[in-house]
Design a protein around this ligand. Structure first.
Ligand SMILES: C[S@@+](CC[C@H](N)C(=O)[O-])C[C@H]1O[C@@H](n2cnc3c(N)ncnc32)[C@H](O)[C@@H]1O
Length: 315
């Protein structure tokens, strides 16, 4: 099983994303001796073996079902064990596009954290690019390295345990793009500058939750000769699908008449309304619409981008 090469049939030891609902997914390593229990029932791993990824699998006791999905970076971001704060899909997609990554790109990232962003980076630069990622927390670096191996990504990713603010990256003249998700990215910018391929344009992105961090990052980018410094914020706005009744003018007039009739009857005869019978006759057709919330609570971080200009020869 690999996040880069898709396969059809589930085998022992494969990673399956058990999809119970849009908000409820779990990663499972298929182990024929195990059973997965949840509120939708009992699912024996052995029953997954030989099935196609994407299959809808009923539970053993018939209480419900789940879908057996092939892992993707997007699904992994949904289910990744959180050892740190992570990047989510809205920011991930925007950053990857803005820093111009494609198959063959060489990228530098720090800190690796839980590896949420690294999975998307690896898929984008595959099959012949490379990601150099740096994490100074030893346990996190070990855990993420193991996951990259299990997910078939270790040929594409080199993980190093190192404090990049103190010791730099130890690589020069190699990368096309740099991504920094660090508490103090400005301390790593001059080292990142050396890592860029010196004879071509490169892109850098720094991800910071606070505006004060953005100010210091911009100052450092400026001092180090980066140009086109820009900051963006990706906000997610949800769209709920709802139904609303569609009234024609005639429907509306009729509805008013019915209500007036009811009122009159109540008054005259003190009768109980027969709500259901009048409702079913009067109900107009429904229309699907989307509704957005009045407030958007989507702030994850500010994204500061800049361009590295190639070093020109004196001649
Ligand atoms: C917010 S997490 C990164 C999350 C990651 N982008 C993801 O999507 O999973 C920041 C990481 O930077 C690491 N870090 C902080 N300062 C560092 C430094 N000076 N050198 C290397 N790693 C550092 C932390 O240990 C932490 O794991």
């Amino acid at each position: 099983m690999s996040f880069i090469r898709y396969k059809t049939i589930i085998e022992e030891g494969d990673l399956v994303i058990a999809h119970l609902s849009r908000e409820n997914m779990t990663p499972l390593i298929v182990d024929s001796r195990k059973t997965y229990n949840n509120k939708f029932g009992t699912f024996k791993h052995i029953d997954m073996i030989g099935k196609e990824y994407g299959t809808k699998m009923p539970s053993h006791n018939g209480r419900g079902f789940m879908y057996l999905l092939h892992p993707t970076p997007e699904l992994w971001t949904h289910v990744v064990p959180h050892r740190t704060q992570i990047l989510y899909v809205a920011d991930i997609s925007y950053i990857i596009t803005y820093i111009d990554l494609k198959p063959g790109s060489v990228v530098l990232e720090s800190g690796t954290g839980s590896g949420s962003f690294s999975h998307s980076l690896a898929r984008t630069i595959a099959p012949n690019g490379h990601l150099y990622t740096f994490e100074f927390h030893e346990e996190r670096a070990k855990a993420v390295k193991k996951e990259f191996e299990e997910h078939g990504l270790s040929d594409l990713i080199t993980v190093e345990c190192r404090d990049v603010c103190k010791d730099g990256f130890g690589i020069t003249n190699i990368v096309h793009a740099v991504f920094l998700d660090l508490p103090a990215p400005w301390e790593a910018i001059s080292a990142a500058k050396e890592a860029f391929k010196q004879n071509r344009i490169g892109k850098i992105c720094c991800f910071s939750p606070c505006i004060e961090q953005v100010q210091r990052t911009c100052a450092s980018l400026n001092e180090n000769g980066f140009v086109e410094i820009k900051m963006y914020e990706c906000l997610i706005r949800e769209h709920d699908v709802k139904t609303i009744p569609v009234y024609t003018v005639a429907d509306a007039v009729n509805k008013i008449k019915v209500q007036q009739d009811k009122k009159r009857k109540r008054k005259d005869q003190n009768e109980q309304d027969d709500d259901n019978s009048s409702k079913s006759k009067q109900d107009p057709p429904n229309l699907y619409v989307t509704k957005t919330p009045n407030e958007t609570k989507g702030h994850t971080s500010y994204l500061t981008f800049a361009t590295f200009l190639p070093v020109l020869d004196d001649e």
